[in-house]
Ligand binder design. Structure first.
Ligand code: DGJ
Length: 767
């Protein structure tokens, strides 16, 4: 049967074969996307049946797939209707456990048919489906009914691929599952193939649906925000109906982030209880729906946003969805975020499983804004080097006719007035000071006042004859166009070829509007939602391949483009333009529910801040930023000698704790959420030999002391030396004590007053 299907769907073209071989490489997503662009006719061939699999098992009698890691089991099967039916997702089960063949749910009434009440892994819109479909298509003859059945599967180590097909038409769906052994995080995606003889339109495609265990006591956590106020953590009870988290903005956006966590409301806290969590790897418009259906089943479906979507698939073409990652933890929301952080470090980030530690950078944006020039930047570079900065970054303003945000975007040549000898003298100077050099770019945008726009007004997203809405005086280039993709790549490639640049801060300062693509046939215009992002990823990938030493930061006017898709190509992200160190406590807390602290760039900036006009000590500002990837963005020209001395000391300290903060396990000991007067985070190194904790007090009241800090994650019997980073430890503490002591007796810090901060670290001492 399987061999028959393989023959039926035919072997791939060269491009298809290339795709199949590429599946075993880490760049899977990019290559698959590239295959779409090539119009590959590849379809999976499942003739060989099952190979040996350590983490994935198929019980051919019961028709059940089972995936196990140390702490998690995920089980589903093929029911009598050839539907893929969810069985179990949660704490690891015994290997001795077996499962009966799944049977579809009979349905509740004539109003709630079996199609809806059976917990399906991936379901087409057809056969009377009312819950959120994973795939919806329209055929040219008007038929819109799609009913998918299991055809075959293949297991390759930790990857499972399942082929589904419509009951009568030659529409195939390849479901991909990949399980990460150490974290139990599952990666799922779907690829739809049109093998009919006519084009069809994909109107909705999800990457996956995740079915939660039956139950009603669920709570959803998600992230929301806006410019300068990103990463606000929200929670709500999951109730009958649907909650949609989404972006219709063309990119990830800050209004919602493509991450969710669902726990049992009554029985969970930071460190205990069941949590199911997930994140979408997609930097375009996206959607995650959390639905509690008529039978109270909770299902989470995610993928590219369905709004204004329509992807025409010609015969022989296929469309790949983005990856949707999900995991399970018994250790509360803290455990869930630690698993996700570990997964990002070991599977997502460039150079995974060992991404490079983030250098401490200086960025001049808040100091100079657009007024950058050779002399001014060299003066700042000298001062930055004196405190131990490792990377000097020139922000916006160095190129074209850029003296404000009204002009210049698109013209990526060095401004000859500001830098009469090009960037080389500045870069040489930065190098001579022992730092590497970074540069700001915003490659996807164009100002109407630019040479590029004057030459190519047709290169922007637009609808013919309609107004073009500007944001920050700029328009979106249509990166889906091959000529625009080539221009953007060549501009950046040239810049990197001609200058010794170690780092690009890749900015993106507006959302889409009028998302038209007049150069293609009207029925293909909506492909822009996919093709744009494919080209963005492919440019990033090609630049990284050609310039392997160059690191990239994803910035979008702050944190509007942070997701597991862009993080595959970028080493760090900019969480927010809000650099107020007190506001940052909340911003950073929210951020780290989904993303690892090591990718979270955090600058120490001037006080009072431009945001709230709040004054904070330099120590407080440093300690706030030292919870992530440390940077400095203050105007060093205004610093006094004592500021330089403080900064030098704290930069030195950060270098000592950097690995623990950037690669360690994060514990939220006291959360800053819900107006808390205090907050405390702790990071513990992977080998548990080092730990560092940061404590912040908003304001003392009524003589109350700062609460005792009970550490976590240490080795109970090992002896640890405690050292203050800033002398605010209680004098009653022993210098050395066991992990048990620090976790059970706890640590007291002397914090009194307003906006106070303290930090201390622990290190194992050999007995
Ligand atoms: C927005 C970024 O978030 C800022 O850090 C800065 O780079 C400006 N853009 C420059 O225009």
């Amino acid at each position: 049967m399987i061999a028959e299907v393989a023959r039926m769907i035919g072997r791939g073209t060269n491009a298809g074969t290339f795709c199949a071989a590429a599946k075993h490489r880490r760049k899977l997503r990019f290559i698959v996307l590239l295959c779409i662009a090539f119009g590959s006719t590849h379809l999976p061939l499942f003739a060989e049946g099952q190979s040996n699999a350590a983490l994935i098992h198929f019980d051919s009698q019961a028709q059940v797939f089972r995936m196990d890691t140390a702490d998690m089991s995920y089980v589903f099967g093929i029911n009598e209707k050839k539907q893929l039916q969810a069985i179990y997702w949660g704490k690891r089960l015994s290997s001795a456990d077996t499962f009966a063949m799944p049977h579809s749910d009979p349905g509740v009434s004539s109003f709630e048919s079996s199609t809806n009440t059976t917990r399906q892994e991936f379901v087409g819109w057809g056969g009377g489906l009312y819950v959120e479909p994973d795939l919806k298509v329209t055929f040219p003859d008007g038929n819109r009914d799609l009913v998918l059945e299991y055809v075959s599967h293949r297991i390759d180590g930790n990857q499972l691929t399942i082929l589904l097909k419509d009951i009568s038409r030659e529409v195939y769906v390849e479901l991909q599952y990949q399980i990460d052994a150490s974290t139990g995080v599952l990666t799922r995606s779907a690829q739809v193939h049109n093998r009919t003889s006519a084009p069809l339109t994909v109107e909705e495609i999800a990457s996956a649906t995740w079915n939660l265990p039956h139950g009603t006591d669920y709570r959803l956590r998600y992230l929301t925000g806006r410019w300068a106020g990103e990463w606000s953590l929200r929670e709500q009870i999951v109730q009958p109906g649907k909650t949609i988290l989404e972006s219709r903005r063309g990119s990830t956006g800050a209004q919602n982030n493509p991450w969710f966590a669902i726990d049992k409301n009554g029985s969970n806290d930071q460190e205990y209880g069941d949590v199911w969590f997930g994140a979408l790897g997609w930097s375009g418009s996206w959607q995650i729906s959390i639905e509690q259906d008529a039978t109270e089943q909770v299902r989470v479906t995610g993928g590219p946003n369905r709004f204004d979507f329509g992807y025409r698939l010609a015969p022989g073409e296929h469309l790949q969805s983005p990856d949707f990652y999900a995991g399970y933890s018994r250790d509360g929301i803290g455990g869930a975020s630690r698993l996700l952080h570990r997964f990002e470090i070991s599977n997502i980030l460039p150079h995974a499983p060992s991404p490079k530690l983030r250098p401490i950078l200086y960025n001049s944006w808040e100091a100079t804004e657009f007024k950058v020039d050779e002399a001014g930047q060299e003066a700042l570079a000298e001062k930055a080097a004196s405190i131990g900065i490792e990377r000097f970054v020139v922000d916006d303003g160095w190129f074209g006719q850029r003296s404000s945000d009204h002009a210049g975007l698109g013209d990526w040549y060095v401004n000859p007035v500001k830098f009469p000898h090009g960037l080389k003298p500045l870069i040489d100077k930065v190098h001579s000071l022992g730092m590497d050099f970074g540069l700001w770019v915003e490659p996807e945008m164009v100002n109407p006042d630019s040479d590029l726009y004057r030459k190519h007004p047709d290169w922007t997203l637009n609808f013919t004859g309609r107004p073009r809405t500007e944001g920050r005086n700029q328009l979106m280039l249509n990166l889906a166009r091959p000529d625009v993709r080539a221009y953007v790549f060549q501009s950046l490639d040239k810049l990197l070829n001609e200058n010794d640049i170690a780092f690009l801060k890749w900015d993106y300062n507006r959302n889409w509007s009028e998302p038209g693509w007049p150069a293609v046939a009207p029925e293909d215009e909506k492909k822009v939602y996919i093709a744009y992002i494919q080209n963005l990823y492919s440019i990033l990938d090609e630049l990284r391949t050609k310039h392997p030493h160059v690191e990239i930061e994803s910035c979008s006017g702050g944190g509007s483009r942070v997701d597991l898709g862009i993080m595959y190509y970028t080493d760090e992200v900019w969480p927010s333009d809000n650099t107020d160190a007190f506001d940052r406590l909340l911003i950073q807390d929210g951020f780290t529910y989904a993303y690892a602290p090591g990718v979270m760039m955090a600058w120490v900036t001037d006080s009072p801040t431009w945001v709230n006009k709040r004054s904070l000590s330099l120590e407080y500002r440093f300690l706030s930023s030292m919870q992530g990837s440390l940077g400095v963005g203050a105007n060093l020209n205004n610093w006094k000698p004592e500021d330089f001395a403080t900064a030098k000391k704290m930069v030195t300290q950060y270098k000592q704790i950097r690995e623990t903060v950037q690669r360690g396990s994060l514990y939220r000991l006291i959360s800053p959420q819900k107006g808390s007067e205090q907050s405390v985070t702790e990071s513990v190194s992977e080998d548990q030999r080092h730990a560092v904790a940061f404590a912040f007090l908003h304001s003392s009241q009524m003589l109350y002391p700062f609460p005792t800090i009970y550490l976590r994650g240490l080795k109970t019997d090992a002896m640890y030396r405690i050292d203050a980073l800033d002398g605010k430890l209680s004098k009653n503490l022993p210098p050395v004590a066991s992990g048990a002591f620090w976790m059970e007796h706890g640590v007291d810090v002397e914090l009194r007053g307003d906006f106070q901060a303290a930090a201390f670290r622990l290190e194992i001492v050999e007995r």
